[in-house]
Design a protein around this ligand. Sequence first.
Ligand SMILES: *Cc1c(COP(=O)(O)O)cnc(C)c1O
Length: 417
Amino acid sequence: MHWPKLTPETIRQNVFDALNKNLNYSTESILGLPGTFLDQEQFHSAPFLKDAPFLSVLVNNPNHIGCHTYSSGEKYFSGTQQLEIDVIRICAEEIFGAKKSEYDGYVATGGTEANIEAQWIYRNYFMKNNNAKASEIAVIFSEDAHYSVFKGANLLGINPITVKVNFEDRKILVEDLENKLKEAFDKGIRYLIVHLSMGTTMFGSVDDSKSFLDVVRKYFKNYFVHVDAAFGGFIYPFSSNEKDLTFENPEISSVTIDAHKMLQSPYGTGIFLCRKDLIEYAQTEEASYVYGSDFTLCGSRSGANAVSVWMILMTYGSEGWKNVINKFVNITNHLCDKLDEMGIKYHRNPYMNIVTMVSGQFSESLAKKYHLVADNYQNPQWWKIVTMAHVTQDMIDDFLIDLKAERESKILDTEMS
Ligand SMILES: *Cc1c(COP(=O)(O)O)cnc(C)c1O
């Protein structure tokens, strides 16, 4: 894995060069496009913009509609679109091990859209190539998968199938998987979308493709595997050498990665990646006024989003980003060491920055004080801590001091959940 770290000045220069290659609403006669710069009353050109490449792109408002790895897209904004192509290349080739030019992808609105895009492609693939009915298609996933998988299934009219996990280690129960597959086959399901997670939202747990697919192959010959790395995509590949859920595994056809989580880019930066010859199945042929056609769920989208991801990636370089992740993993290790000393029960994947503690070991008021997140608020069974950029070791230590004091005092009995 390698991409360079650039100086702030080089980054600035590259972004302005890209912007200069775009069509400019301020200096050219653009009569036909249904787009323009941001409202000038509100976002009039300010002197600081020349030192603010991201804001300059935002104000210029290039539209990145379409899929630029597939076709050249709206030719009007090819400068900044080239930076998006570079973002997709880094994510697909450098982080997720795809071979050069053997993938397509785009910067979606978020992980939700990217997950739905994957389901949409596979559903259409089965309908077109296998003459499948939507009712014969199912998406199967662990009960810890993100709820967007249900959204997609609901929109697309395909069947969602949940597989139970073991309470402690959050691994799928192979016996339940087997039963659910049998049941689905008996109900007439013939086509499967296997949705695996690289870092579930609540537990940071990472699915294992082999144990899942060994069972799937016993019942189904038509299936695709999508990896939801919305949360883990900018963490796990940097902290572990595991390639199971990357394009190096021929079973994996598509990946979701959110830049607006760990990478700290603005909301609206979910990344969708898939192998070549798939994104066509999400093509809307009627999109004839879009130069290069459209393959995405969202349609028009801001080029500034893609540029922000590019800028962050270049600020760190691959080595720098590994160091950032290493730091978060170390803070998480520290937290886990202290929890071990206190005998607190929790779940954690050692390469992730999520620690999810079994409820009942501390008061709800402590959980509230530190804004811990529950698996559900009616009857919490788990509380989680996520070490993100705003979480310092000091904050973790304050929590640990409070936790220890609470356990040592006797006043917890009334508050225990
Ligand atoms: C956050 C998340 C999503 C959804 O992403 P949005 O960007 O909120 O749409 C999907 N899957 C996982 C695992 C997530 O953590």
